[in-house]
Design a protein around this ligand. Structure first.
Ligand code: MG
Length: 265
């Protein structure tokens, strides 16, 4: 099994002997040249097999902060965003999802009837919905020569909204276009075709959900990066027999980790 890599490991190497610059009081670095400066670079994480060369990103809670999505729903069914989010967390912890929130908070409301109203209020993806680390991560990955694709469970109308965000990418597709939704194996098979049908282990799927992203991507033979943000990323846990290749709390470290895995100097 590949080693688990976490952001914490990178930030706080146990055996780091680097001193001087970080410890210099008040930012005064005049004496640095006089220090016996010893740096033990942290060894690159061990992975089984070659690094992936294609990186495929999920959308919700990986690229897009969905706070506005659920706040709009809270407003429509007459509760607060705080209550909606809390009940959503409880539902996720019990293996449920947003459908359970509607059943609990507004049992007499058929929320499907309000989908058009929700879309009117939500208005689609906006630049401010992007997690801040997204543009830089995608840019750096492409600079390093990785193929970047975006593929999530989204309705057709989100495609042009994603394009309008002007993110660095090579391929972009929604589940509606693919005709298959996660966690179905057909979704991941279609994604492989989209990126040129490489060997699945040359593809890294980046997702926040164990059930919809990590498990089915691993079952498809892909490498996996579990992004622990958003409610699913915070609350779900992988089964004991599944270890994601990379575990992160943000996307900032991903380009470096992948280039280390590739063996870049
Ligand atoms: Mg997601």
């Amino acid at each position: 099994m590949a080693d688990d890599v976490t952001l914490g490991d990178l930030d706080r190497p146990d055996d780091a002997t680097t001193t001087g610059v970080l410890d210099a009081p008040g930012g005064d670095t005049d004496d640095i040249d006089d220090l016996d400066f010893e740096v033990d670079p942290e060894p690159a994480p061990e992975h089984d097999g070659p690094a992936p060369r294609v990186v495929v990103f999920d959308v919700g809670e990986v690229l897009i902060d969905e706070t506005r999505v659920w706040s709009c729903w809270a407003d429509i069914i007459g509760t607060t965003p705080f209550t909606f989010a809390a009940v959503m967390g409880a539902a996720i912890s019990q293996g449920g999802d947003h459908e359970d929130v509607f059943e609990h908070v507004a049992p007499n409301v058929d929320w499907h009837e309000f989908e058009d109203e929700h879309e009117r209020r939500y208005g689609g993806f906006r630049r401010e919905d992007l997690y801040q680390d997204v543009p830089t991560c995608l840019h750096e990955l492409r600079e390093k020569g990785f193929v970047v694709a975006i593929a999530g469970n989204q309705p057709l109308r989100r495609n042009e909204q994603l394009v309008a965000l002007d993110l660095p990418h090579d391929r972009l597709v929604t589940s509606a276009e693919l005709g298959a939704e996660k966690p179905a194996a057909a979704f991941f098979a279609a994604v492989l075709e989209l990126v040129g049908a490489p060997s699945p282990d040359q593809v890294l799927y980046v997702g926040d959900r164990i059930d919809n992203d990590i498990l089915p991507a691993a079952a498809a033979g892909m490498r996996t990066c579990w992004l622990r943000r958003g409610p699913w990323g915070q609350l779900q846990e992988p089964p004991e027999d599944l270890e994601p290749d990379i575990v992160l709390e943000g996307l900032g470290e991903l380009p470096l980790l992948l280039s280390q895995w590739r063996g870049d100097a």
